[in-house]
Write a protein of this length. Structure first.
Length: 154
């Protein structure tokens, strides 16, 4: 994608779902490399924390490592992104928290529509509806944080 980045382009960077065994240092190094690459092309990098996994506790919350992307070696991936965004002076869209709120509001049954739960017993990858809903959350943050000028929205 790097050759496609132009001066002033906003580039969203979101990782975490497949970093199950990645160390904190490697995760941060990979993201730092992407941030530097976007900046080198004149773009503006924006880190986006990953959406939650639909992994409910018995009390109806998603307050667990699987849902919130604490990986197999104990690295809290969204926390790493938050820290790196602050360190690098990069905007951050906290999609983990936003998607957690939405999925918990919908509950264990209602939230199935956001994921491929019924089709493939998959509580990680989104359905078309889920992709649309989560994209709306990102769009709302792009507006709220004024990452993109108001003229870019319809």
């Amino acid at each position: 994608m790097r050759p496609l980045i132009g001066e002033g382009d906003v580039v969203l960077i979101q990782f975490g779902h497949n970093d199950k065994q990645t160390s904190a240092a490697s995760f941060r190094a990979n993201l730092t490399s992407m941030i530097n690459s976007v900046r080198a092309e004149g773009g503006t990098p924006v880190l986006v924390t990953p959406i939650v996994r639909r992994w409910f506790n018995s009390d109806g919350t998603l307050n667990n490592g699987t849902a919130l992307h604490v990986n197999g070696v104990g690295v809290d991936l969204p926390a790493q992104m938050r820290g790196l965004a602050q360190q690098q002076g990069v905007d951050l869209i906290e999609l983990t928290a936003l998607s957690k709120r939405l999925v918990e509001q919908m509950g264990p049954e209602g939230s199935k529509a956001l994921f491929l739960t019924n089709e493939a017993s998959d509580n990680t990858h989104t359905s078309e509806r889920g992709a649309t809903e989560f994209a709306r959350l990102v769009l709302g943050e792009l507006r709220a944080q004024q990452i993109l000028p108001a003229t870019q929205f319809r």
